[in-house]
Design a protein around this ligand. Structure first.
Ligand code: DC
Length: 350
């Protein structure tokens, strides 16, 4: 099967024979291989026990089905090297359900990405910005999981800065002191764990008091500057979903897909309340709403990188949507057009 994909890089036609057994494996691998290679632009002839492949004259971008077959995912991933066969521009390849490699090689894609070098400007970024408790973090994490991309929770970066400052007894009014804390942040994300100086602080970071301190810390331009490079470093293969307040406006202004997620303050207070109650923390909905509105006002009015939608963002009000529905809206690239609105209306009909 690897040879069938390597045939894309040959100068002539490749014929693999004596492969009848391919038809009775995890899937009918001759039919599956033929269908997927054709998507890339290859010429394919298939028979009961052979497959014949002529390399694409013109490479096409493709979304590859994997048929719950680990070998389909691994072999077809090699088509991503199409520039080596002359594809100009490089044609992007999407492997659906990449986790099917778990059967034999769970870390296959991580191992592959360790081998390749990519120009960071070529790596796709999806930004999801919005106010507190709009659900952007949940949406961004779910989208990153579904895509198999890296995930940046920039709110957690500001929260960790606030926590580190608190521990170092640096005042929230001391801009240079806070910037020094930010510049020396020893922060690592490891699945659901968030390690600050090697200690898991994920629970502490989620506390309302940490969020309120983060909101103040994030108002200082020197702190934002000190955290800029750290946030950019999350842009790694195969792509990044970044959530926060200024992902689309300041940190990744050239991201090809920017989402601005909103929900009414009343709905956001309800969600936060449900979240806290589920963790056994008592809270009043009215107080939460007051806090959320105060945080919105502070985030929107600060001088540096205020919370606002990028001009080329798509706005999604998810007050009445569940998380899966919101992910689907991003996944299919549009969903119900009535729920997406452009931040800046197009000047002329496209
Ligand atoms: O998204 P969150 O609630 O975890 O964010 C905590 C605070 O950090 C929030 O009040 C605003 C600030 N923040 C920011 O200024 N810019 C970001 N990109 C992310 C968060």
């Amino acid at each position: 099967m690897t040879l069938a994909v390597m045939a894309l890089y040959a100068t002539g036609t490749t014929r693999l024979t004596g492969i009848a057994s391919w038809r009775v494996k995890e899937t009918d691998r001759i039919a599956a291989m033929a269908a997927e290679l054709r998507k890339l632009g290859a010429g394919v002839v298939e028979g009961d026990d052979f497959i014949e492949i002529s390399p694409p004259r013109v490479w096409r971008a493709a979304t590859i089905e994997t048929y719950d077959d680990h070998r389909m995912a691994m072999c077809l991933s090699l088509a991503a090297f199409n520039p080596l066969a002359g594809a100009r521009p490089a044609q992007p390849l999407r492997i659906l359900d990449p986790r099917c490699v778990a059967k034999t090689f769970p870390d296959y894609f991580e191992a592959l990405f360790d081998l390749v070098r990519a120009d960071v400007d070529d790596l796709p970024v999806i930004t999801i910005d919005g106010p507190s408790a709009s659900g952007k973090g949940t949406l961004a994490a779910a989208l990153a999981r579904r895509l198999g991309w890296q995930f940046l929770d920039s709110g957690a970066v500001y929260r960790a800065t606030a926590l580190a400052a608190h521990r170092a007894r640096v005042s929230l009014d001391d801009e240079p002191g806070l910037a020094a804390v930010a510049a020396n942040l020893d922060l690592h994300f490891d699945g659901t764990r968030i390690l600050l100086n090697g200690e898991d602080v994920a629970t502490e970071l989620r506390q309302e008091s940490t969020g309120a301190a983060a909101s103040r810390v994030s108002g200082w331009p020197a702190v934002r500057g000190a955290l800029h490079a750290l946030q950019l470093s999350f842009r790694r293969v195969p792509g990044l979903v970044a959530d926060g307040r200024d992902m689309g406006t300041v940190v990744f202004p050239l991201a090809p897909l920017k989402v601005f997620l909103t929900a009414s303050a009343a709905e956001r207070a309800q969600r936060r309340h449900k979240q806290l109650i589920s963790k056994g923390i008592q809270a009043s909905i009215a107080d939460l709403r007051t806090d959320i509105e105060a945080r919105d006002a502070r985030d929107q009015s600060r001088v540096t990188a205020p919370l606002k939608a990028a001009e080329d963002a798509l706005r999604l009000d998810n007050s009445a949507l569940g998380i899966d529905e919101s992910v689907d809206m991003c996944w299919v690239g549009g969903g119900s057009a009535t729920r997406w609105t452009r931040v800046r209306p197009a000047e002329a009909p496209a």
